[in-house]
Design a protein around this ligand. Sequence first.
Ligand code: HEC
Ligand code: HEC
Length: 300
Amino acid sequence: MSEAPHGAPIKTPGQLIAAVIAGFAVPIVIIILLANYVNKSTRTGAGTDGMSDAVVAQRIAPLAQVNLRDANAPRVYKSGEQVYQAVCSACHATGNAGAPKFGNAGDWAPRIAQGFDALWHTALTGKNAMPARGGTSPDDYSDYEIGRAVAYMADHGGAQFADPPAPAASGAAGQGAAAGAASEASASAAVSAASAQAAAAIAALSSAPQANAGAAPSADAAQAGKALYQQICQACHAAGVLNAPKFGDKDAWAPRLKDPMDVVYNYALHGKGNMPPKGGSTASDADVKAAVDYMVGAAK
Ligand code: HEC
Ligand code: HEC
């Protein structure tokens, strides 16, 4: 047994040593190559892009940033839509927390019935889960801009409110714009009422001459009230079209006159249910109030 069997590959001690070394070395080399192959991707910090320029800049950015605004620069007012998108949509787009949902007439109808001024006031002061000014400060959005957002939202919920008058612009210009929008409203009110009666009433309306927009309060308010009633309001109120409280009908008026007169004026000015703002006319606020006084006087 001193000699290896014939045909065996290892015949000398030198070959044996070489075979043993190769037996260890070859698998090790293969393992190293494989490990390298698997790991080939280049590495940044701990498997993230944490060292990229953008991320580093973000990490070392100062905690607070100051936005300088020139207080004397002429203020560019945001539109109602812009304010809505930036602030109000957070809750009103989805109806979060019971907020009246944007574009949902059912949610908005009872609120619109309060009139624009009441809604504007609520938006400025807050109500239940609705934060004052939608949670913004007066420096971010002026009362006027909040008002525009209210009009934008309410109008998409079925109202026909005009923007509130711009604070810097002259009051007369604002009035004119509001009156113009109100006359547009009379046309679309016809569609929403969607009844033959309404169509007839509106037809009667459009043939009536429109009172002068923005006219100075008439010297004789009672006269003006009666005149406006005969021109505009009686189209519905004389016969009680669309369930309008009938002229001179005490029973129809009594429950409405439980509200303070300011509220009743507000309905006449800004609409309520099938009652279009200002009866669809472009009369001045003073004349509409005078017409209300005239109608209320006849129902007492
Ligand atoms: C944090 C959520 C939130 C934000 C932001 C928000 N609202 Fe509201 N809003 C509500 C909720 C909730 C209500 C319903 C309140 C109720 O009737 O109890 C509401 C109701 C209203 C109403 C109806 C009020 C009434 O008297 O019926 C108006 C108008 C309104 N929001 C305007 C705005 C405007 C304008 C903005 C943006 C400047 C805004 N909201 C931002 C949650 C929000
Ligand atoms: C297109 C028909 C129509 C015209 C035109 C119209 N009204 Fe009305 N008015 C109504 C209806 C309908 C109601 C009842 C609304 C409701 O209660 O939902 C109403 C209600 C009212 C109320 C009571 C609001 C309340 O509940 O306290 C007053 C005040 C009023 N109208 C004033 C006027 C005046 C002033 C004019 C003319 C400038 C006028 N209306 C023109 C249809 C009309």
